[in-house]
Design a protein around this ligand. Structure first.
Ligand code: MG
Ligand code: ZN
Length: 215
């Protein structure tokens, strides 16, 4: 009887996630759950975003990693508050892990909270953390077949950032194939083409965030 067990896990998760959502709303906190495969550029995107927006808004980051605090140190270096979660082998964050990290975030003094999920294109999409939006990063080096192979990710995300577009001349990745496949899975998704290296396209992303913050 495996199916009821899985359902119970997700029910418990969703109950905790709803408690987070209430708490976030009470504090007018915008919460973005950042998901991608390993190496797509989540932490680089956060460094760029913090660097650009930290004068306008107070930013916090919950860093999810299987091991190490390397990414949290990069976030601190960029000038935002960071709390590290080590999942001890687990390949995604769940609402209970966020609950353990939240005391490290001063919600009243924060406008924007990023949750950097564990690098993985599969189960992070299944776990509600109480966020306002799931944001997904896909790197052009991963190829243009990922939307067809991992549709749930693209279905759950409100924003897709296609990163490393400066490498497009060197890889076989057809941007129109990505757009077509993604929009078929999720017609409402916003797609931004960016490069954290050359900073191309990042202004559209910063503008989107500025339009979403609540205080
Ligand atoms: Mg990272
Ligand atoms: Zn997992």
């Amino acid at each position: 009887m495996k199916i009821p067990v899985v359902r119970n896990i997700l029910e418990v998760n969703d109950r905790i996630a709803n408690e987070h959502r209430e708490l976030f709303q009470k504090n007018n906190l915008l919460v973005l759950n950042l998901m991608s495969s390993p190496g797509a550029g989540k932490t680089s995107l956060l460094e760029n975003t913090i660097g650009h927006l930290k004068e306008k808004m107070r930013i916090g980051v919950i860093e999810g990693d299987i091991q190490t605090s390397v990414d949290a140190e990069r976030i601190l270096g960029a000038g935002a508050a960071a709390v590290q979660i080590n999942t001890d082998g687990a390949c995604h964050l769940d609402a209970n892990m966020i609950k353990a990290a939240l005391p490290g975030i001063n919600m009243e003094e924060t406008d924007l909270l990023f949750i950097e999920n564990v690098g993985n294109l599969v189960c992070p999409a299944e776990f509600d953390l109480g966020e306002d939006y799931k944001v997904m990063i896909l790197s052009v080096t991963e190829g243009d077949d990922k939307p067809e192979k991992y549709p749930l990710m693209f279905h759950e995300a409100s924003v897709l950032l296609v990163n490393k577009i400066d490498l497009l001349p060197y890889v076989s990745c057809d941007m129109s194939r990505i757009r077509e496949a993604v929009l078929k899975i999720n017609p409402h998704i916003k797609i931004f083409e960016i490069s954290c290296q050359t900073k191309e396209g990042l202004d559209n992303w910063f503008q989107w965030i500025s339009g979403c913050v609540k205080k």
